[in-house]
Design a protein around this ligand. Structure first.
Ligand SMILES: Nc1ncnc2c1ncn2[C@@H]1O[C@H](COP(=O)(O)OP(=O)(O)O)[C@@H](O)[C@H]1O
Ligand SMILES: [Mg+2]
Length: 408
C-alpha cells in the first residue's frame, strides 16, 4: 500500500516540477513507465500499472486518492493530505526517492536531502528498457541499423559477473576505481579542462580476466557495455574496415554513458601484409583518429581496448591510452584467491595450498577449467563432492594441454 501511494505521489510531484528528470524517478517506479518513446511526461498512473505494487481496492479507501472510472487512472484528490499522510508513514522511502526528496526537502522536520537520495538511485542508463528504446531508434534508420550488426550491446542488468567474482591485483583495482570516480566527477573534470582520462589498454595472455573485468565494470558503474571484436569489423573490401570502425565509435557515442570494449585490438595491426597495406594503413589511421576524438569527459564513453599480443601494436596506438593495465599470469596470491572463489560453492576434500603451489603459470581461465574437470569427474561417479585426486588429475591434464599449446 505504501509503495502504491509512493507511486502516485511520485508521479504527481514529477509532473509538477519540470526541473526533475527521469534519473530522479526510482528505478522500480521508472520501469513501469517505459513506452515506445522512452518515458513521456506527464506520468499517468493507470490502475493496472499500480496493481503491480498492491491492491487497488485498498488504496481507494484512502480519502485523498481516487480512480477516474473512465480512464482508469489513479489521481490524487487532495495533494496536501497525501503529502502529509505519506510523510508521517514513510520517511524512509522519501529519503531514497529523489523525486520525493526534492519536494520534501523543505518540509517541516523531515530532514531529507535530494542530493543524498539521488546518489542512492540508479540512473536511467542502467535500465534494460532504456537501452532497448535507443536500440529500437537506431534500428529504424538503415545507416545506424547496419552499425548494430557490428557490436554486442549489454545492459548492466544482464551482466552476471560482479567484481567479487574476479581476483584482481592492487594496480588493476586502482585503475578501475579511477574510472569510477572519473565518471562520477565528469562535470568537475570538464570544468578544470582535464579530459585525458578513461582510455585503458588491457594487455596480457588469454584467460587472465580482461573481458571479465570490462563486464564487471559495466555492472558496477551501471552503464551499458558495447563489445566489439576488431576481427569482426575488418572486411576484405577496401575502405569498409575504416567505415566500420567509425560506426562502432558512433554507436558508443549514441549510447553514452557507456563502456566501449574493443577486443582483439591487435587485429588491425596483425593483418598487415604487403598487398592490402594501403587499406590497413587507412584502417589504423581511422582507429587512431577515432580514439583521439572520443573521450570520457565530453562523450561519456569509457574506452577499454584489450589485446593478447601487445607487441604487435603500432607505437602510435600505444601512446593514445592514458593507462596500460597489465593482466599477467596470476602470481601465487592471486591464484589462491581464484581457487577460493571458484571452489567456494563446491563441497569436497581438497588442499588449496597444494593446488596453488602446482599451478604456477596457469591463468584464471585454466584454473576454472581444472575445477570444472574435477566436478565432472566426481559427477561421473555420481558424487556432488570432489576429491583432491580429481583436482590433481585435472591439473595434470591441463598441464599436458599447456605443453601442446607451447609446442605449436
Ligand atoms: N583473475 C581472475 N579471477 C577470477 N576469474 C578469472 C580471472 N581471470 C580469468 N578468470 C576466469 O577465466 C575466464 C576467462 O576470462 P576472460 O576475462 O575471458 O579472459 P581474457 O579476456 O583475459 O581472455 C572467465 O570465465 C573468468 O571468470
Ligand atoms: Mg577476452
Amino acid at each position: 500500500m505504501l509503495k502504491m501511494v509512493e507511486l502516485v505521489l511520485t508521479a504527481e510531484i514529477y509532473n509538477r516540477f519540470n526541473e526533475l528528470n527521469e534519473d530522479d524517478i526510482p528505478k522500480d517506479i521508472r520501469k513501469l513507465f517505459y513506452g515506445k518513446n522512452g518515458i513521456s511526461r506527464p506520468l499517468v498512473v493507470k490502475a493496472e500499472v499500480a496493481r503491480k505494487f498492491g491492491s487497488i481496492e485498498e488504496i481507494l479507501k484512502l480519502p485523498f486518492i481516487d480512480m477516474n472510472s473512465f480512464t482508469k487512472q489513479l489521481v490524487i484528490t487532495s495533494f496536501d493530505a497525501a503529502v502529509k499522510w505519506f510523510a508521517s508513514k514513510a520517511a524512509g522511502a522519501i529519503r531514497i526517492n529523489p523525486v520525493l526528496a526534492y519536494f520534501y526537502q523543505n518540509y517541516n522536520s523531515l530532514n531529507v536531502s535530494y542530493e543524498e537520495a539521488k546518489k542512492r538511485n540508479k540512473p536511467r542508463h542502467s535500465d534494460r528498457e532504456w537501452l532497448e528504446g535507443i536500440i529500437t531508434e537506431l534500428e529504424k534508420n538503415p545507416d545506424t541499423a547496419e552499425m548494430l550488426g557490428l557490436v554486442r550491446i549489454y545492459s548492466p542488468e544482464e551482466i552476471k559477473v560482479d567484481f567479487c567474482d574476479v581476483a584482481l591485483n592492487d594496480e588493476q583495482i586502482e585503475e578501475v576505481r579511477k574510472i569510477e570516480v572519473a565518471i562520477k566527477e565528469r562535470e568537475y573534470l570538464k570544468r578544470i579542462g582535464l579530459t585525458d582520462v578513461g582510455k585503458l589498454l588491457f594487455i596480457g595472455p588469454p584467460g587472465t580476466g580482461k573481458t571479465t573485468t570490462a563486464r564487471a565494470l559495466s555492472r558496477k558503474l551501471c552503464i551499458p557495455l558495447v563489445e566489439v571484436k576488431l576481427s569482426m569489423v575488418t572486411s576484405q573490401y577496401l575502405g569498409e574496415t575504416s567505415k566500420n570502425i567509425e560506426k562502432v565509435f558512433e554507436i558508443a557515442k549514441r549510447l553514452n554513458p557507456c563502456i566501449l570494449f574493443i577486443d582483439e585490438f591487435d587485429y588491425v595491426a596483425k593483418t598487415r601484409t604487403s598487398d592490402e597495406h594501403a587499406a590497413v594503413k587507412r584502417a589504423v589511421n581511422t582507429l587512431l583518429k577515432s580514439i583521439d576524438e572520443i573521450n570520457l569527459v565530453e562523450d561519456g564513453v569509457v574506452l577499454i581496448a584489450a589485446t593478447n599480443h601487445p607487441s604487435l601494436l603500432d607505437p602510435a596506438v600505444w601512446r593514445r591510452f592514458d593507462k596500460i593495465v597489465e593482466f599477467p599470469e596470476p602470481p601465487e596470491n592471486v591464484r589462491r584467491r581464484i581457487f577460493r572463489l571458484i571452489l567456494s560453492k563446491i563441497d569436497g576434500d581438497y588442499d588449496i595450498e597444494e593446488l596453488v603451489a602446482m599451478t604456477s603459470g596457469f591463468t584464471g581461465a585454466e584454473i576454472k577449467l581444472i575445477v570444472r574437470e574435477a566436478v565432472l569427474k566426481a559427477l561421473l561417479r555420481g558424487e556432488k563432492s570432489i576429491k583432491m585426486q580429481d583436482l590433481l588429475d585435472a591439473v595434470g591434464e591441463i598441464k599436458d594441454r599447456l605443453c601442446l599449446k607451447t609446442s605449436y
